[in-house]
Design a protein around this ligand. Structure first.
Ligand code: UDP
Ligand code: BGC
Ligand code: MN
Length: 367
């Protein structure tokens, strides 16, 4: 940076520009921090007053989200997170060979792919007809152990909740720095189209990190209303279950209806590497007037499987400052200008994998 400063700002004509830029950034940063803090306080006070959320989640049937016959008799409440057992369960559920006997197993194996000509698989509970069909979208690259563990843990929960669902894992191909927003947008477009093609349009899209395991099965995986979106993962063990760690985030597990996602123009495409794309989404929701419903503890509790920051997903120092300009950029940066390429579709017993070439950044700033 200092080299750029020296070369660039030694030229006289640029000196005024550089100084102005410096003061603008120096001014915007504290304003942005202040805004974050105010929003954090607002969210925290909403959570305390929003008792309705708790009632909805504990007695879902009373709210008419499910048709008769879908009563969730078997919900357990707080559930154990057993990583080893969950991974084993993945193989049982996928009706696949155990990895120990699988010659090609090297830790990244997800089971054999299966040939299917239809767009996706939908899990349908046998005894009832749920009101909503849910698409679960999981951004992914080189986290096979996490994926097996997540699905081995989550799928029994979804089945107990008697939800009609389909799972889409969206994988970034190549070695370029990770771009979660582009993956989410591409998977959303694919899933929305697939749902319509199959005659079962998705009512709700749940964006779910691959390493977050729900700790209470009465937290329903669904969208709760037209004027609100649901942030499910509000208390994560990594942050000692403190209420939303950084004030403005809706990261982790977020549920929106198709029209809501379209109205906010989806995720930003321009955030490369780790950080702030979820804070950007939060601003979009605010601009569009959507309330973010957050379950009270212990319902929003999640375990994050321990991990290091991925090599190809470093913290990008350009992401946080970009937050100050979301008001200006959000309408042009998202579903509307998405340019990615789906390079493959793989069907596994429990999910559909979408392989995506997201392109490359013009410039990033990371160590
Ligand atoms: N992710 C991935 N591979 C990567 C980077 C990210 O699969 O190389 C996905 C994965 O779903 C992960 C999410 O992006 O849970 C968010 O990244 P990360 O877990 O590093 O962020 P954190 O929430 O832990 O700060
Ligand atoms: C980042 C978010 C992240 C949050 C929690 C914030 O500083 O901008 O992207 O979700 O921290 O880790
Ligand atoms: Mn993580």
């Amino acid at each position: 940076m200092s080299l750029i400063w020296k070369i660039f700002c030694k030229v006289k004509i640029w000196r005024t520009f550089c100084t102005t830029l410096f003061f603008v950034v120096a001014l915007l940063y504290p304003i942005n921090r202040l805004h974050i803090e105010v929003t954090r306080q607002k969210i925290a006070s909403q959570a305390v007053s929003n008792k309705r959320t708790i009632i909805e989640s504990v007695h879902p049937v009373d709210n008419g989200y499910y048709l008769k016959g879908c009563e969730q008799q078997k919900l357990k409440g707080s559930i154990e997170v057993d990583l080893e057992n969950a991974e084993q369960n993945y193989w049982v559920l996928s009706n696949s060979t155990s990895p120990v006997e699988e010659a090609s197993y090297n830790g990244t194996f997800l089971g054999p792919t299966i040939r299917r000509d239809f767009a996706a698989d939908i899990y349908q509970p046998s005894l009832c007809r749920p009101q909503q069909t849910i698409a679960i979208i999981i951004p992914f690259r080189r986290r096979e152990y996490h994926l097996r563990t997540l699905l081995g843990h989550l799928i029994p929960v979804l089945r107990r909740q008697q939800i009609r669902y389909s799972i889409f894992v969206v994988e970034q191909t190549g070695e370029e720095i990770f771009n979660k927003g582009r993956l989410m947008n591409t998977a959303f477009n694919f899933a929305a189209e697939a749902g319509r093609t199959m005659g079962t349009p998705f009512d709700c899209f749940i964006f779910q990190d691959v390493d977050l395991l729900v700790e209470n099965d009465t937290l329903l995986y669904r969208c709760s209303g037209d004027k609100q979106v649901d942030h499910l993962s509000t208390r994560i063990n990594k942050f000692d279950y403190e209420y939303v760690c950084c004030g403005m985030t809706v990261g982790g597990v977020l549920a929106l209806q198709e029209s809501q996602f379209r109205k906010i123009n989806g995720y930003p495409n321009s955030y490369w590497g780790w950080g702030a794309e979820d804070d950007d989404i939060n601003k979009r929701l605010e601009y569009k007037g959507y309330k973010v419903v957050r379950p009270e503890s212990p319902l929003g509790r999640f375990t994050m499987i321990k991990h290091e920051r991925d090599k190809q997903n470093p913290k990008n120092y350009l992401n946080i400052p970009k937050m100050a300009f979301v008001w200006y950029s959000w309408e042009d940066d998202g579903l509307i200008n998405l340019k990615t390429k789906i390079v493959g579709i793989e069907k596994y017993p429990l999910f559909t994998k979408i392989l995506v070439d997201v392109g490359a950044p013009v410039f990033t700033l990371h160590t």
